[in-house]
Design a protein. Structure first.
Length: 87
């Protein structure tokens, strides 16, 4: 998907919960995350990028192999970029 869009479990790109929640494919776009209050972040608020072009994530966040900061296994697992965040 284009930057800033989610890839649904069916392979379609968009920004609503139909695309960004259950079954969202992080390897092809971004997906909703849960913030510290337990609420979903608005997809437009998820802009924390990392990597060669963007630099490091904020403290405590991992940099995924696709250049997004976060704390899920998709961010911190296989392919995590330790030079730009925790892994």
């Amino acid at each position: 998907c284009d930057e800033g869009y989610c890839c649904s479990k069916y392979g379609w790109c968009g920004k609503t919960s139909d695309y960004c929640s259950d079954g969202c494919q992080l390897e092809f776009g971004i997906c909703n995350e849960i913030n510290s209050t337990g609420n979903e972040k608005d997809i437009d608020d998820i802009t924390d990028r990392c990597g060669e072009e963007y630099g490091k994530c904020a403290d405590g966040l991992c940099c995924s192999k696709f250049g997004w900061c976060g704390t899920t296994s998709d961010h911190c697992g296989i392919g995590c970029q330790s030079q730009f965040g925790n892994c």
